[in-house]
Design a protein around this ligand. Structure first.
Ligand SMILES: *Cc1c(COP(=O)(O)O)cnc(C)c1O
Length: 425
C-alpha cells in the first residue's frame, strides 16, 4: 500500500490515502489563515465553527498573555481562581435567565457528557431514577462514546455501534410536518422514563446545517415541562452569536434546564467548555452524603488561561459592536443568497443569522457524496476554506468578514456549481 505522507500525525476526519497532504499554516489573522508560502486563505467556516470575532482578536490574545504571567494549570477541586469565578458570573449574566451554576470542562463533547450525567444524577439523587434520553433525528453532539450514542447513527459511528447506548429519536421537524415531531416527543414522555431531551437549538450543525423555527423549540420545552423532563440545549455550535442572538434559545424565549457551550466561548482562541444548569439540578446534588456529589472532573477543568481568554471574549461582547457586526453579516448573506433562491442548481437555500446553507441538487447526496472532495479541492485552489457536508455547502465566517470576502466566496460557489458538479438534469 502506498504510504501517503511522511508525517506521524493522524489527522481528524481524514482518509490519509485519499486526501491531500495537509497544508501548513504559518499564522492566522482576522478572517484568514496564512500558509508557509504567504498565501492568505479565507476561513469561510471559522476553523470548524470556533472563531467568532476573527482570528487572534487583540483583546483575547492580550488576556492570554497577561494570564500566563500568573497562572498555568491549577487543580479545580479544593482551589479556585479569579478568572473562573468572574467567568462563571459573566456566563450566568449573559445566559437565558434561570441558569444558576456553571461546570467547566474542555470541549463541546465533554460539556454534553457533563449535561447527560447531570440529568441522570438529578433523577437518581431524587430517588426516582430515569435513564432515557430523547434526541432529534440528524443530530450531532460530539465524538466521545456517550455523545456518539446521542447523535445520528451512520458511517461515522458504524464501527462503534456495539458500544453505543440506545436513545429515543424524534423526527426532524420538516416544514409542514412539525406536529409529528411534537407528537413523537409527547408520546415518549408519556412513558415517564425520559430524563431529558437533548437538542441543538434552531440549527443541527454537523447533521447538515438543518434549520427549524424557534416556536418549535418553545413547544418542545412546554411538553418537557409537562412531563418533568429536562431540556438540555446543546449550544456548542449555535452559541456566541452564530444564529443572530448570543444564544439560539433566546429566539424561542426559553431557558433550558441545562445549556452546553464551548466553541466560541473563548472567541475560538483556546479550548474551554461550560455546562450551565438550574438551581434544582445543582441542589439535587447537594447533600451531607458524599455519595451524592457530582462525580465528574477533567484534568484541565477551568484552566485559568482559557478562562481568562473567555473572560476577555465577554469583554469584547460588552465593549464592541458585536451585535451590529452579526446583523451586518446576516444582511450580507441574505442579499447574496437571494439569487440562489431562484437558481435551480441550489435547493433548500436557508439562513440562520450568520450561517448560510444550501444543497447542491446532485443525484448522490449524503456525507460521503463524491461531490464533497471535488468541491473541497476546487475551493482550496482558490484559497477558500469551505468544507461541504456532502452536497450541503454552508458558510459560517467570523464576524470580521467583509463584503468583498463574501463576494469572492459566493462567486466561487456559483462557479463550482457550474463546472464541478454534474447537476441532476
Ligand atoms: C462541535 C460540536 C460538539 C462537539 O464539540 P467538540 O469540541 O468538537 O468536542 C457538540 N455539539 C455540537 C452541536 C457541535 O457542533
Amino acid at each position: 500500500m502506498l504510504r501517503p505522507q511522511p508525517s506521524p500525525v493522524w489527522r481528524p476526519f481524514t482518509q490519509h490515502l485519499l486526501d491531500p497532504v495537509a497544508k501548513r499554516i504559518a499564522r492566522t489573522e482576522g478572517a484568514y489563515l496564512i500558509d508557509e508560502d504567504g498565501r492568505a486563505i479565507f476561513d469561510a467556516i471559522s476553523s470548524w465553527w470556533v472563531i467568532t470575532h476573527g482570528h487572534r482578536h487583540p483583546a483575547i490574545m492580550d488576556a492570554i498573555r497577561v494570564a500566563c504571567e500568573r497562572f498555568d494549570q491549577i487543580i479545580f477541586a479544593e482551589y479556585t481562581h479569579e478568572p473562573a469565578e468572574e467567568l462563571a458570573k459573566g456566563l450566568i449574566r449573559l445566559a437565558p435567565p434561570g441558569l444558576a451554576h456553571v461546570f467547566f470542562s474542555d470541549s463541546g463533547s465533554t460539556s454534553v457528557e457533563v449535561a447527560l450525567k447531570m440529568a441522570l444524577g438529578f433523577f437518581y439523587n431524587r430517588g426516582a431514577p430515569r435513564s432515557r434520553i430523547v434526541v432529534m433525528e440528524h443530530s450531532y453532539h460530539g465524538d466521545t462514546v456517550g455523545t456518539m450514542s446521542t447523535g445520528a447513527r451512520g458511517v461515522f459511528n458504524a464501527a462503534y455501534g456495539p458500544l453505543l447506548f440506545n436513545v429515543d429519536t424524534i423526527p426532524f421537524p420538516e416544514p409542514g410536518r412539525e406536529q409529528d415531531t411534537l407528537d413523537a416527543f409527547e408520546q415518549f414522555c408519556r412513558g415517564g422514563q425520559i430524563a431529558a431531551l437533548l437538542v441543538e437549538p434552531l440549527v443541527l450543525g454537523a447533521g447538515g446545517m438543518r434549520m427549524y423555527p424557534p416556536h418549535l423549540l418553545t413547544e418542545l420545552k412546554r411538553i418537557a415541562e409537562q412531563h418533568q423532563t429536562l431540556l438540555i440545549a446543546d449550544e456548542v455550535m449555535t452559541g456566541w452569536g452564530r444564529t443572530g442572538t448570543l444564544f439560539a434559545c433566546e429566539q424561542a424565549g426559553i431557558t433550558p434546564d441545562i445549556l452546553c457551550t464551548s466553541k466560541g466561548m473563548t472567541g475560538g482562541a483556546v479550548p474551554l467548555a461550560a455546562t450551565l444548569c438550574s438551581t434544582e439540578i445543582f441542589d439535587a446534588h447537594l447533600s451531607h452524603d458524599r455519595s451524592r456529589m457530582f462525580f465528574h472532573s477533567s484534568s484541565y477543568t477551568a484552566n485559568p488561561i482559557a478562562c481568562a481568554a473567555a473572560l476577555a471574549n465577554l469583554g469584547v461582547w460588552q465593549d464592541e459592536p458585536v451585535a451590529t457586526r452579526i446583523g451586518a453579516l446576516a444582511r450580507m448573506h441574505r442579499e447574496r443568497l437571494a439569487q440562489f433562491r431562484s437558481d435551480p442548481r441550489f435547493v433548500n437555500v436557508r439562513q440562520a443569522g450568520t450561517i448560510a446553507a444550501f444543497d447542491l441538487d446532485v443525484a448522490a447526496s449524503g456525507y460521503l457524496s463524491e461531490v464533497g472532495p471535488r468541491l473541497r479541492a476546487f475551493f482550496r485552489q482558490r484559497d477558500l476554506l469551505i468544507r461541504p457536508l456532502g452536497n450541503v455547502i454552508y458558510l459560517m465566517p467570523p464576524y470580521c468578514v467583509t463584503a468583498d470576502d463574501l463576494d469572492r466566496v459566493y462567486a466561487a460557489i456559483d462557479e463550482a456549481a457550474s463546472t464541478i458538479v454534474r447537476v441532476r438534469p
